[in-house]
Design a protein around this ligand. Structure first.
Ligand code: ISL
Ligand code: CA
Length: 558
């Protein structure tokens, strides 16, 4: 097995959210030149790949996920020459670049949509999903992912168009072969530039079910669940195989599909070992374990995940994908709250130790780990932001619909939920140092900073040998050095222990025992470890055997 390992199976990815990483020209918005200035930092961490969130031309209705020109750079971030230089500089350091590919939908400002909307007989009409009203209403009951209906009525032509996300994000009609060919041509434009792969936005949604049937309405909700109605549609695998033939096979690329609504069986098809489609998917099951028990409120909730549920879920993915497909490993990204706040404990006395614990838990699993910018310094959720400070359309709509319209919850509770789950927790500017605006910008930042930047920042981390940063650096180095982390089998221990997450990795005669105290309590657990066993990595300086201190995490190697 070791011989057939692909480069992306040993790689660690660092996700950069360009808008919030580093502003080079003082306009308050991160940009490509800013990323270039910080390449040394990413190189020091040791990551192999950078995934860039969308940097294409966009009216920014959903922070770049509404693209108006796939072959141009958003002027806020720079221009194509800046991109070409960034790619070159990254490659000079042996760092690869993964581009975000957003092709379930475009912006309503994309020239295809402008033409499509211009008349019912335009030859681009069929590039999008247009339907007549049914009894004067929307063609079906689907809700938008970001609240409200998924259909927008167009006065000119008297038809509705589908937008699973916001109004400014009309869904492309993948049934049309011209749409597919246009997307593949555009992808080849980027492949020809020498990029190293794609992260594919909501790729599980591109094939809509025949006849667009209504979705199930959650109790207390108003709209049908479009995620469940649409995900893994009838032709999605066929389209991805076509993409593989026409684009992906042209180079040695890495692909990861964002796959909401995907279960194990589907993931095995998307990410099968034979690589007929993608290399791996981002599954969402573990992201939903701490959802609100009221389905109408979806993710909006502030209770921590139950450890047994988490173990069951992650172990299922580890075991069932083994030898069949490949996992991606992540705690957070630009759509999720901060890892230490959600899975660790961001109180000052536990922040560092618990961030390292969460990192250990994830990084010794099988799969390709993703680190979201700031995770490596233990950035926390942004509790100082108030309703008026938020920028994210999902958060704004949630306030608007769930309080103002549906009255599902009150403003104060909603704010608590947003502090726990909102996407802006991840999007506040990167905290580089303790100077004004955390060294992110000399101007006015586009989104308010987390007010803890004076204590939590990269400069601080880089001078402290015990920092979270150096812990991640070591995790990455170990993954590069020890094949067992990539190829070993996974065995969960004590599945009914709701305080400690322990597992083994096994490869031939070698073994790793990974122990994580998920609580702030001192616990006692005996894993019958030989007194002479080597501690490979730990977040405490000494080993106290069966005594586990708060959030203690350690890995033995036999
Ligand atoms: O963010 C989510 C929940 O808060 C997810 O449901 C998210 O909307 C879903 O995973 C799709 O995300 C991707 O596509 C969206 C974009 O807004 C996200 O940033 C992107 O990661 C639409 O393009
Ligand atoms: Ca800028």
């Amino acid at each position: 097995m070791t011989k057939n390992i692909k480069w992306w199976q040993k790689a660690v990815v660092y996700q950069v959210y360009p808008r919030s990483f580093q502003d080079a020209n003082g306009d308050g918005i991160g940009d490509l030149q800013g990323i270039e200035q910080r390449l040394d930092y990413i190189e020091k961490l040791g990551a192999d790949v950078i995934w860039l969130n969308p940097i294409y031309a966009s009216p920014d209705k959903d922070n770049g996920y509404d693209i108006s020109d796939y072959e141009d750079i958003n002027a806020k971030f720079g221009n194509m020459a800046d991109f070409d230089r960034l790619l070159q500089k990254a490659h000079d350091k042996n760092i690869k670049i993964l581009m975000d590919l957003v092709v379930n939908h475009t912006s309503d400002q994309h020239k295809w949509f402008i033409e499509s909307r211009s008349s019912k007989t335009n030859d681009k009409r069929d590039f999008y999903i247009w339907r007549d009203p049914v009894d004067g209403h929307e063609p079906n009951n689907w809700g938008s992912f970001f609240s409200g209906p998924a259909w927008k009525f167009d006065d000119e032509s008297g038809q509705y168009y589908l937008h699973l996300f916001v109004e400014g994000q009309p869904d492309l009609n993948w049934v049309n072969p011209k749409v597919r060919q246009s997307v593949f041509d555009m992808m080849n434009f980027w492949v020809d530039k020498g990029i190293d792969g794609f992260r594919m936005d909501v790729i599980s949604l591109i094939s809509k079910p025949d006849g667009l049937p209504d979705g199930e309405v959650p109790e207390g909700g108003e709209y049908g669940n479009s995620d469940r109605a649409v995900a893994n549609g009838p032709h999605v695998h066929e389209y991805l195989q076509e993409m593989r033939q026409k684009v992906l096979n042209r180079a040695d690329m890495m692909t990861v599909g964002e796959a909401s609504g995907v279960d194990i069986d589907n993931a095995i098809k998307y990410a099968a070992k034979d690589t007929s489609e993608l290399n791996m998917v981002f599954q969402f099951e573990h992201m939903g374990l701490d959802n609100n028990p009221n389905p109408a409120l979806g993710k909006w909730y502030d209770k921590k995940v139950n450890l047994i549920d988490l173990k069951q879920n992650l172990s299922k993915w580890q075991n069932k994908l083994a030898n069949k497909a490949w996992n991606s490993l992540y705690w957070d990204n630009h759509d999720q709250p901060r890892a230490v706040s959600r899975y660790g404990d961001d109180r000052p006395e536990y922040r560092v130790v618990s961030a390292k614990m969460a990192a250990t838990l994830l990084h010794f699993m099988q799969g390709t780990p993703y680190i979201y910018q700031g995770e490596e310094i233990g950035m926390t959720n942004a509790y100082n932001l108030k309703r008026a400070d938020f920028d994210d359309i999902e958060i704004k709509n949630a306030f608007k619909y769930l309080i103002d319209k549906d009255h599902l919850t009150d403003e104060e509770t909603m704010l608590r939920y947003v502090h726990a789950k909102g996407r802006d927790n991840a999007r506040t500017p990167m905290q580089w140092d303790d100077s004004q605006n955390a060294g992110f910008t000399t101007g006015e930042p586009w989104l308010k900073l987390n007010d803890n930047f004076q204590t939590i920042n990269a400069q601080e981390a880089l001078v402290d040998p015990q920092s979270i940063f150096y812990y991640y650096q070591k995790l990455i180095r170990l993954r590069h050095e020890l094949p067992i982390i990539t190829t070993g089998t996974y065995q969960l221990l004590d599945s009914d222990d709701d305080q400690v997450y322990a597992y083994r990795r096994v490869l031939d005669n070698e073994q790793l025992l990974v122990i994580n105290n998920f609580t702030d309590q001192v616990l006692n657990r005996d894993y019958h470890v030989d007194l002479n066993a080597d501690v490979l990595i730990s977040n405490y300086e000494d080993d106290q055997g069966s005594t586990l201190r708060p959030y203690e995490s350690k890995v033995y190697r036999f």
